[in-house]
Design a protein around this ligand. Structure first.
Ligand code: FA5
Length: 341
């Protein structure tokens, strides 16, 4: 039996060496390794081998099986190489690769960075405040009376405390999403002694109906400058310098009389800028001289300190600067729109 296996190996390897194409190779495989092949045909005959010979025959059979299998794999690789087909996936090294989309800042983030940089050049440092506020910082300390329409639940996102028992005794301690960044004026003055010159940029929330110019979440940039002898001229100069630096040397600033409880006098700020190639006046926010009642709320002496504050809508600035007709496009997260900026 062992001799027979030796002969089988010699014959099979000899025939495999003569194989020259895939068809002959397959015929060889069927003849020797197939389910009805020569190797399989020997198996049933093992039972006729004497018990003393059996272990050696079994071992030889395994070696034969492995050698024929390995010889077959080797020949397959040679034939595939000869016919131009490599084993494994075909790779065309000349095909251009897939370009990874490069990320970019959102147009609002970019606008915030640009505005912050301009004010930083004018000596304003950046401060932050929380988006979840209490009514004291959002209204009371800003001199907004209890019965003022700005406090109406229809115009604000009031929050319930998770544990009503934790509600503070102080009036104005109810929680809300801040409706304006003017809250950060209060938080800053309560912490820092004057003089100070700060801006704060961030999200604010109002349940306004969404349309082309209104959204329920938007961003404001708040400015606050408190020192001795600050006047409206400083306020207008600051806004004017900002407009020139940001919108270009032909930009102008206009202030129209208005009313905010936390500034006296107060004004609406309009800036003249290029909209679709045409110079136009655009309303961007409010401003004024800090009201003495606000100084009292934060412990500043209103006889000693003077200052101005302003609050501008970031979306309105970005929309004008980049010619965006609808505020809703900014928050739909459509990459085709965002990729343009
Ligand atoms: C205020 O929020 C004042 N805190 C501004 C201020 C600060 C005045 C400091 C005086 C001193 P007003 O509610 O007008 O003001 O909002 C300011 C700007 O935010 C608006 O001019 C507009 O540009 C923007 N804005 C207001 N509501 C929306 C909205 N729903 N969607 C987008 N932008 C808005």
């Amino acid at each position: 039996m062992l001799n027979e296996l030796d002969q089988l190996e010699t014959q099979a390897i000899g025939e495999l060496e003569a194989v020259g194409d895939a068809q002959a190779l397959e015929a060889w495989r069927v003849k020797y390794l197939g389910t009805k092949g020569r190797l399989k045909a020997i198996m049933p005959r093992i039972k006729d081998v004497s018990a003393s010979e059996k272990p050696a025959v079994g071992k030889r059979l395994n070696v034969l099986k492995q050698r024929l299998g390995a010889a077959f794999d080797e020949k397959t690789a040679i034939i595939e190489r000869q016919s131009g087909r490599q084993a494994g996936p075909m790779i065309d090294v000349t095909e251009p690769g897939l370009l990874c989309g490069q990320g970019r800042r959102h147009v609002i983030t970019r606008t915030i960075d640009e505005i912050t940089e301009v004010f930083a050049r004018m000596g304003f440092s950046v401060v932050y405040g929380p988006e979840i506020e209490d009514e004291w910082h959002n209204f009371d300390a800003l001199n907004i009376p209890k019965d003022h329409p700005a406090r109406d639940p229809i115009d604000n996102f009031y929050l319930e405390r998770p544990d009503p028992a934790s509600a503070p005794a102080r009036p104005g301690g109810g929680l809300m999403l801040r409706s304006q960044t003017s809250t950060v004026q209060i938080r800053t003055m309560a912490k820092v002694k004057p003089p100070l010159k700060v801006i704060s940029v961030g999200r604010v929330y109002r349940p306004d109906t969404h349309d082309a110019t209104h959204y329920s979440m938007f961003h404001q940039v708040e400015g606050l400058y408190v020192d001795h002898n600050v006047t409206m001229v400083d306020l207008k100069t600051t806004l004017f310098q900002f407009a020139r630096a940001y919108f270009g040397p032909e930009a102008e600033v206009r202030m129209r009389p208005s009313f905010f409880p936390f500034t006296e006098p107060s004004a609406e700020v309009d800036m003249k800028m290029k909209v679709k190639g045409q110079w136009q006046w655009v309303e961007l926010g409010g401003c004024g001289m800090v009201d003495p009642n606000v100084y009292e709320a934060v412990g500043y002496d209103p006889e000693e300190w003077t200052g101005f504050a302003f609050g501008l809508g970031i979306e309105r600035i970005a929309m004008r600067k980049y010619g965006i007709a609808d505020i809703r496009w900014l928050f739909e997260n459509d990459a085709r729109f965002l990729r343009q900026f």
